[in-house]
Design a protein around this ligand. Sequence first.
Ligand code: NAD
Length: 338
Amino acid sequence: MSQKRVLVTGAGGFIGHHLVTFLKQRGYWVRGVDLKAPEFGTTEADEFEILDLRRWADCLQATRGMDQVYALAADMGGMGFISANHTQILHNNILINTHTLEAARLNGVSRYLYSSSACIYPEYRQTDAEVTPLKEEDAYPAQPQDAYGWEKLITEKLCHYYSAEHAIETRVVRFHNIFGQLGTWDGGREKAPAALCRKIAQAKLTGNHEIEIWGDGEQTRSFCFIDDCLEGIYRLMQSDYAEPLNLGQDRLVTINELADIIADAAGISVSRKHIPGPQGVRGRNSDNTRLREELGWEPQISLEEGLGRTYRWIEEQLRARHAQEASAAPVAEPAAVG
Ligand code: NAD
């Protein structure tokens, strides 16, 4: 059998960069596409093209000669970014996804996996920190909190109709807060686990053990480590399941608890200063019943283990930055002796 040729869009981003490595290890020929090369480490893709997938011609180029597409490219970030950039997010992601999917169809791609999000779930089901885990069918009647979630829902539907009306099979995964090494950890697009790792590493390195948390920190989420995410996406791509599927952990923790687990990994204790900031919905958890049924599998890596690995990587990044800043600092002029 000839080697399968696979496109990963968003291959310069967090999940995409990891996925390229994962697919290479499994013997695929991989093309990566993104607006930028990966920020942390070099891609293992056989071919990496810098393209803007909002543009139709770039989508045609990206999908040429491919058997499968993992569509991960998106203009996105953590709550701070998502709650403040609705127009940009909706505009850019609609262009990216409608163009990539149609180009894939025209180029004869047989299977296409779209990365949706837990952000599609309606706000009215997530008003309580002790939230009932969300089943896939809870998506409707629709009322996502942000434009980011609305775009994801529309593209889920687009995938459904392409599958029904054309010779392209689609798979749709709804990620629940994926975290790990090699992800954005500062600059405004980082998500809660990375932001907290950075704040706690900063506390450890400076000796000031007070960290800021948006809101009262009692909002709840589940968090899934990147290695489980990769295994889950891969299994879904191989499976026959064509409807949207949750992919996440189902252990609910508060943001305060998340901070405590990270502080343990850092080996320090921190005091929390609660400040106003975007918090998203009050509570969100994944119901993994269908995931278990369809894939015969569910995420395996504990939050403590995943956060420990992520924390250590972010602390290294911060140490390297501090060292660089120290060596770039201007050397003080020697005092004049008269
Ligand atoms: P990421 O921001 O690290 O990666 C997305 C990549 O898409 C970036 O490298 C970005 O440069 C690229 N991109 C943006 N606009 C582009 C364009 N016009 N053309 C080409 N590339 C473009 O995000 P991630 O965490 O790796 O997420 C991957 C996918 O998973 C996204 O679709 C995201 O919405 C979805 N998702 C992620 C999470 C999570 O917790 N990380 C949760 C839910 C859904």
